[in-house]
Design a protein. Sequence first.
Length: 250
Amino acid sequence: MSKKCPICKKGTPLWFISWADMATLLLCFFVIIVAYSTVEITKFKELAGTFKDQFGVQRIERISPIMASQNLIGSEFQQEVHLVELRDKIRVMSTTLIDNGQAEVEEKQEGFLLRIREDALLTPDGKKVSESSGIMVDQIANLLAKERNVIEVRGHTDQQPKSGDSIETTSWFKGAVMAVAVAKRFAASGVAPERLFISTYGEYSPVADNRNPEARKANRRIEILIRKDIAGFLPKEDLGSGEAPVDKKF
């Protein structure tokens, strides 16, 4: 004859009470970690000074005030939000060209792209920013001068036949001249040259068919890529002390 199952006692089992206490303590522990995830610059320097004496670190790296007191857990998310805000501001500055079909803003995995047709941005020879677009370019440059993102200026041309075999007759050279014209204007408006990169695609990255004049106009363009990457230096306003950067030594 099989044994009967013993009668279960009323109330919460003792093991569950112990488990609940442990889970509560772990929750409190993680709450404390989150609360201390914001680092203040002064406390960080004090801690770094202690490590310097104990472990032989010969330099305390200077931290940008922009990055001070940022939440370590949400820093990447904050950078994404700031990039979206920057994109929206540049879109507003370019509204006239966008409404005329001469410019567009496009999301990219590495950041966002402002694409402007050559005839709406540069002089006919492609060597300077035109007077009609100069104010807009200066406004964008003044905005970007306050940031730290890497900026890539790309030059694109059409597939028009060229005469001669010299470097100057190639579409790569033409694209480079166009990109330099914009980068030079950015630098003159306060963007640090160390943040500017030039690339030329020539005729080899078209967005439209080169068989008709209107399509060729679309292919002759400048693309300004604002990258998520941060340049490895501080903005001018953060370098007021004149302290030269020192290499890390351990």
